[in-house]
Design a protein around this ligand. Structure first.
Ligand code: BG6
Ligand code: MG
Length: 215
């Protein structure tokens, strides 16, 4: 079977904004005295902003936070994150990613984004991919974040491609689960690959070219 479409996660797959998420959450966690490190950060991959905060607050010892205070913390994280995003430019699209996307374009395969992030349009624009993808499903058009399959089902629907003909590319364990729950095959990178969460666990995104031609 030949894949008709590839659905890419954004943060940690197309660009390294996952590091900016970490830095912004680390600043907020330090401000409230909640423990936060790279291991906890890996649990935030693919997970929505408010759910990420809930995970960080698991280690928080202090007075119960109202919904309003939680919203304020999430907004604080987002404004710190947005400051870091301001520095992004087309050169922040890694060369191996740019080359892979270009070569995949040559195969005629459809390509979409499936991300939990509400900042997706801004990031794609900043790195020069504003018009590249055939569809963009993101945090602005879903009600449940990964590991729920909603974002990938939405991306497949936008493309008009059956779920079983889609390949998901993910760096998050939650995202790999979302892809599988959508009935899709999953190729992993980074943390998800280290956990063996994919049908393929890659060291470099360039391996995608072999995967889509070998199946
Ligand atoms: C995902 C990230 O892509 O987007 C998560 O992996 C993040 O870490 C989520 O929490 C939501 O992002 P945003 O930009 O809407 O706060
Ligand atoms: Mg990711």
């Amino acid at each position: 079977m030949q894949f008709e479409a590839i659905l890419f996660d954004l943060d940690g797959v197309i660009c390294y904004t996952d590091e900016y998420h970490y830095q912004a959450w680390k600043a907020v966690a330090d401000e409230i005295g909640a423990p936060f490190d790279r291991t906890i950060n890996n649990r935030l991959r693919g997970v929505s902003r408010m759910e990420s905060l809930a995970i960080i607050l698991e280690g928080y010892i202090g007075p119960e936070l109202s919904e309003e205070e939680r919203l304020r913390l999430a907004e604080r994280k987002n404004s710190l994150y947005r400051v870091l995003l301001q520095q992004m430019q087309p050169s922040d699209l890694p060369e191996n990613v740019r080359e892979t996307l270009q070569r995949l374009r040559g195969t005629g395969i459809r390509m979409a984004i499936g991300s939990s992030s509400k900042n997706t349009p801004f990031i794609l624009e900043s790195i020069g991919l504003g018009d590249f993808f055939d569809a963009v499903a993101d945090g602005n058009c879903i009600t449940r974040s990964k590991p729920d399959p909603e974002v990938f089902l939405k991306a497949a629907e936008m493309l008009g491609v059956p779920a079983e003909n889609c390949l998901v590319v993910e760096d998050a364990v939650s995202g790999a689960e979302a892809g599988h729950r959508a009935g899709m095959k999953v190729a992993c990178l980074g943390d998800a690959a280290a956990h063996g969460a994919g049908d393929w666990n890659m060291k470099d995104i360039q391996e995608l070219l072999e995967i889509v031609t070998e199946v």
